[in-house]
Design a protein around this ligand. Sequence first.
Ligand SMILES: NC(=O)c1ccc[n+]([C@@H]2O[C@H](COP(=O)([O-])OP(=O)(O)OC[C@H]3O[C@@H](n4cnc5c(N)ncnc54)[C@H](OP(=O)(O)O)[C@@H]3O)[C@@H](O)[C@H]2O)c1
Length: 353
Amino acid sequence: MDGAVNGADRTPSQAASNAEQRAWSLAYAAAKAIGSFDTDRPAGFRLGHLEPTEFPERRECPRPEFPVSAQRPERLQAVGPGDPRADLLWHPARGWECASRTEDAARTLLDLYLPISSATQARPVTVAHLGQSLDGFIATPSGDSSYVTGPENILHLHRLRALCDAVVVGAGTVSADNPQLTTRLVSGSNPVRVILDPACRLPPGLTVFSDRQAETLRVCAAGNGFARRALAAGESLLELAAAPVGLDLAELMRALRARGYHRVLIEGGGVTVSSFLQANLIDRLHIAIAPVLIGEGRPAVRLPPRLRLQDCLRLRHRVYRSGGDILFDCDLRPPAGAGADNDPDQASLQRIL
Ligand SMILES: NC(=O)c1ccc[n+]([C@@H]2O[C@H](COP(=O)([O-])OP(=O)(O)OC[C@H]3O[C@@H](n4cnc5c(N)ncnc54)[C@H](OP(=O)(O)O)[C@@H]3O)[C@@H](O)[C@H]2O)c1
């Protein structure tokens, strides 16, 4: 008999990647579904396909040389909270959860992304990500960071961009990398690009200001007359008051929330992530650690020194393997109660690779 019965000719890795692809579709659809249902009531949802005619805003892949992993757009369909067909359950107090029928391979991915997909206007989420060496650097002294972490982590970063409404980077990253900050490795829309450029020093010809792949918001210090200068075609300007050190990041977050950006990704570099951490504006911190020693270079997180170790931040976390890297997903919000991430019954040493 030709062909497969129930996918019997698939290899385990193909089956896992199909489960992962489906889980990604669920996480993405869950994020985009917020606002389309009553988040004050428990609800159940299953993954359903959209007909092409129902998806007029579908983004074309701007770079055909990069594979777009799921061409067919998907969305969530409401079913009752007790319906056995549900893939995801919505809990008003906690956000999205996997339904029991979700496969194991998909659960890991959903554990990582559903806390971000669960952001609402009342409960926004800011997630920061850095890919660093074993010795705590994100780039060499010259600024070369392509790439500290492996392709699986770069895919993860593109997924974070797709889940988020806005991605924030510092002028140092834009100057060193001339990045696109798009979602070209995954299906999902590009976030608005927010560039911290207090002195408006970045030239308008850089990709984020000129490629028109997504809106770009340049954030500069108020009172310098920058608003009077000519803007690049794909650029808008936000002037912010200065804080005692740098820009007033709390004011920036209020401005982003007012624009409806409930999921915000702080993508680097180290100076930028550290300043958001210091301002206590990060809910989740993703640190991917690669088995590479850079020796000296651009540091990852740097915070003001504390004399006593017990005063240092020790974070609730989960650990994932991501290709050859280890990904820490740290939760900086106050604990919601028992049963949170760190299991007190865990063995003192576990092999995870
Ligand atoms: N491995 C990774 O995950 C990763 C991620 C991103 C970037 N990178 C690499 O990291 C390097 C850049 O990182 P970096 O830490 O040197 O610089 P950065 O964080 O990208 O940019 C720092 C600059 O952004 C502006 N800025 C950031 N926070 C600010 C605040 N609170 N208030 C005012 N201005 C603020 C300032 O611009 P002004 O200098 O104009 O004052 C500051 O000097 C590059 O080599 C890049 O390739 C690596």
